[in-house]
Design a protein around this ligand. Sequence first.
Ligand code: LR7
Ligand code: MN
Length: 583
Amino acid sequence: LTRFCSDSYQPEQNFITSPKSQPKQFVENMVKENVVKIKFKDSYEQETCQSNGQCSNDEQLYQVPDQFSQKNPNPSNWPGEMGEAYLPPPQLEEESKRRFSENMFDIAVSDQIALNRAMPDIRNEHCKAHSRFNGPLPTVSIIIVFHNEGNSTLLRTLVSIINRTPWKLIHEIILLDDASVDREYLHEPLEKFIQTLPVRTILLRNEKRLGLISSRVKAAKIATGETLMFLDSHVEVLNGWLLYLLEEIQKDRKTIVCPIIDVLTWDAFQLLQGATDIFGTFSWKMIFRWSKIQGFSLSNQALPIQTPTMAGGLYAIDRLYFEELGMYDEGIKIWGGENLEMSFKCWMCGGRIIIHPCSHVAHVFRKETPYKFLESESVFVTIFKNYKRVVLVWLDEYKQLIYAVNPDIKRLDGGDVSDRIQLRQKLNCTSFKDYLKRFKLKNFPFNHRFIGTVSTSNHRCLDSMMGPDVSKGLNTQVSAQTCHKDGGNQIFLYTTTNKIHFDELCLEPGEGKSTANRNIIFTICMNDRKEQNWEYDEQTFQLKNEHFKGKCLSILGDSNVMLIPCDTNNPSQRWTFNQEVEL
Ligand code: LR7
Ligand code: MN
């Protein structure tokens, strides 16, 4: 067995790992003069060591460090150790409430948790069996952009990186302060803090706020590592996280690799394991979504999973490949949609995106966004303009569907995208349809029969009555409303396999006694589920359920959409599809 020596860098004797203290005070006590903004890796060099204590400078071997070999682990009763929940005790409640809105997570709780708290090794057995890597693996520039980040959350991000990553792989860490306001601890204390890190760390500041996207581009332009690793500024990386990611890039440089995103709760900083049987998709409203893999098997849990889209915050990419792909569209302001731009671009132009189930990074999920976007417009306007750019450049004819469902995206002007269209031409990319064909995304079929409103002869339209988060619409009832001609929730899609979709959900009769009429609800679409299949009778205009023979889709009363016995005389069973989107 080999493991990393901690002789040259002893976390236990150093403030980085020092416990419960208030980080700000802490840093000031521990670090003396000399404010420099760049710390070059010099005297500290991690080495691989034999269990007999003999160290070798084997450049080729990387091993997932065994965190329990730490000489002096923190007492197990310290707050948050092993990712346990820590809720504010009575004496902390006041501070906890008062400061909550600074970050929209409980910074008072975070401050009580050691920067080097131990975390469980949540890798599965298949991953644990793969813990030695023969290199050389590419080096990495870790890029962390932050705006008004909490102190202890940012420092814990850094300490977790130092404690759980072979330093020889870290070419540098680039921190970019995106014009944070009134946060003294992000100035001198942070500058002093990074001096103590055993890897080269660069701290840059934006004079004016650029937003996450332009900031990442700015950082990437000065990065010199072979790969880039983007992280949010409130994460804790877990054992082995980076090795699995870099190995995939080593195998194929046109690969974007994402870790599993585990959850740190905003109230208790508790570690909750992220699902490993999921992939990314996106909704008709251009919102990133997770989807479960059907029939996921245990045997392949150490193998990466291809994902059509990524969440965007945490991923590794070859630095020159990032450049080849045109980095990000800097017309995208603050953030939003950039993850889809990167996803479409990568897949449509010869690359691939994977999630590695062995790589775990825990991310603090906030209660809500604590900061403003642009002064001049609302968050939604900024985000929809961003989406508009992505739609114009990448979605081809499918943009009509997005526009129909979200007229704001159609209406808003995202600015000039000609340089991004040129990029797409230069990269020689395939069509959006080919991308859909490859993944067979259920909500974006490529050979469907119809997209538009579905109305009865008495001018009532099917309506989903859904908010922006379609997943919240699962198991809710389908409604009938006056046809309003504004698209949105009245846009449905009818497939060649007789399913009626709203986005990723399908219409299906809900539970009920066999004799009773059933409400129609939204459920997860499943190929072989006959209850979801509706045969359209072009003579009678009825929609006949394939499972419940002799029953038809109908409106009862004003707005109840129900399954009732078919009756050709009933005008509420006579449906018309009004094609509104031509694909
Ligand atoms: O103006 C800004 N400048 C910044 O530097 C606004 C934000 N930021 C920083 C901020 O400090 C943070 O480090 O940008 C990062 C992301 O902002 P968050 O943490 O407020 O938002 P989020 O966690 O919801 O971010 C997710 O969605 C964004 C929009 O597309 C980005 O893609 C983020 O990178 C993304 N984060 C993740 O994917 C982590 C996992 C969450 C999920 C799913
Ligand atoms: Mn975040």
